[in-house]
Each structure stands twice: as C-alpha cells, then as structure tokens.
Design a protein around this ligand. Structure first.
Ligand code: 6GU
Length: 236
C-alpha cells in the first residue's frame, strides 16, 4: 500500500510513522509513506499562504484550495483505481473496525489533513472520497486523527503484525472486548497471577478468559453486550 499524507506539519506525521509498527511495516515492504508539506506548494500559487478568511465571515481560517489541488494533481497520476482520499474531520463518518478493515485492502491511501476551521469545500467536493471522524470530540488539527486512522488500518494488513491471532483477539474484531493479560513473574510484590493461567488446562483457561471478556463487555459496553447476546442466540 502507498500512503500519501498532505499536511502543513509533516514533522508531526513523520515522528509517528518513523516509530514502532508503522515504521516496521515500511521496512518490511508492506507500506510506503510519502509526506507532502503544504507550505512547499503555497510558494507559487498563493504567495506562501495556505489559509485565508472564510467568505461570508465567521471565526477561524480555511485552508485554501490551490496548494491542495496542486499536490493532489501530482499524486493522482500514480494512484490505482482502488484508492481512497481521506479527510479526517469531526463531521465525518465514525471510524470503526470494519471501516479500518475495508481500507486495509486498498492499494493507495491519500490523507489530507485539515487545520483551523477546515478546508475549502471544493476540495471536499472534488478530491475527497471519504470523510472520517475518530470520535465525538474536536482536535486542533487532522494529523493526530489521520495517524489514528492510518495506524488502525496498517496493523490489519496481512503480514504487518506477525501473529494473526494477536489482532484477531483484539477488542472489536470480536463482539466482546479484550480480556486481562498477564506475563512473568507469576508473583510480583505479593500479587499473584490468577491460578487458572498456570494450570496448563487450555480448555478451562479459554473458558475463564471468555468469562472475563463477557464481564467487562457487559459492564462497559451495554451496546456490544446486546449485540453479542443476539449473535449467540442466532447461532443456537
Ligand atoms: Cl478526524 N479531526 C479533528 N480535527 N477532530 C476530530 C476528528 C478529526 N475526529 C474527531 N475529532
């Protein structure tokens, strides 16, 4: 997958893609990241301005169309038909596991990060294919939201995380939330790991783990709990 990220703050983006799994996914050849500094494309077209006042008045600045159209014009030729142009925005469709999974199968992803009050609507109407929100709260800019979207997508690409089981047991790839995990030592500061985990009885351990997942889901997410019970019933 090729990932193109358009932003006025490429350093912010690079600090994230150069660490941990996102960096490894590039080293292993699964993903290639390209970042574009919006200011580099504002020199000719808009006298170094990337934003301007909104027509009709109101508070906040709007990202100008020219630099973004120019960058996108240069990227567009190389894009596969199977690609999405994403605008992270609090008024977008809510991100969830299924959406991340869908995006993880694409050949190209373009992420356009907005700032200030937003971006000129013509960019949204003519370039963007998907507007995505990461939750019901507002961030100062699109970079962090874009990186959250990207992180959730890249980790689902086959091969990026070594063990398939590791991502399959996560919360949200299953109707139940994930349960408690322990590692050595079995006793630390007089606090013991649950005995069942040391028993070697895999069947009982699985039962115990599932019970823990159920308890947590029931308590924290009545919506998922209801869905889980419906699913269980339909299988009976
Ligand atoms: Cl995608 N962007 C910003 N700026 N704030 C958000 C968001 C995105 N999703 C929730 N809040």
């Amino acid at each position: 997958m090729k990932v193109h990220i358009i932003t006025p703050f490429p350093e912010m983006v690079k600090s994230i893609i150069n660490c941990s799994i996102l960096a490894k996914s590039q080293q292993k050849g699964y993903v290639e990241y390209y970042t574009y500094n919006l200011f580099d494309f504002a020199e000719n077209s808009t006298n170094n301005r990337i934003d301007d006042y909104p027509f009709g008045g109101g508070a906040g600045m709007i990202l100008k169309p020219e630099p973004i159209f120019e960058i996108f014009g240069s990227i567009k030729k190389g894009l596969n038909e199977n690609s999405k142009i994403i605008y992270p925005t609090p008024d977008g469709q809510l991100l969830n596991h299924n959406l991340s999974k869908e995006l993880s199968h694409l050949d190209d992803l373009v992420i356009i990060n907005g700032h200030y009050k937003g971006i000129d609507q013509r960019i949204r109407d003519h370039i963007i294919t998907d507007e995505i929100s990461i939750g019901d709260y507002v961030l100062t800019g699109g970079e962090l939201a874009g990186m959250i979207i990207l992180d959730s997508v890249v980790r689902l690409m086959p091969g990026v995380i070594n063990s398939k089981e590791s991502s399959d047991s996560d919360s949200f790839s299953h109707p139940l939330l994930d349960g408690p995990h322990y590692t050595r030592p079995a006793r630390y500061k007089d606090i013991d790991v649950p005995e069942i985990l040391l028993s070697g009885n895999h069947k009982e351990i699985e039962k115990w783990f599932n019970k823990k997942r159920e308890e947590k889901t029931k308590l924290r997410r009545p919506d998922l709990w209801g869905e889980y019970k419906r699913l269980k019933k339909s299988k009976e």
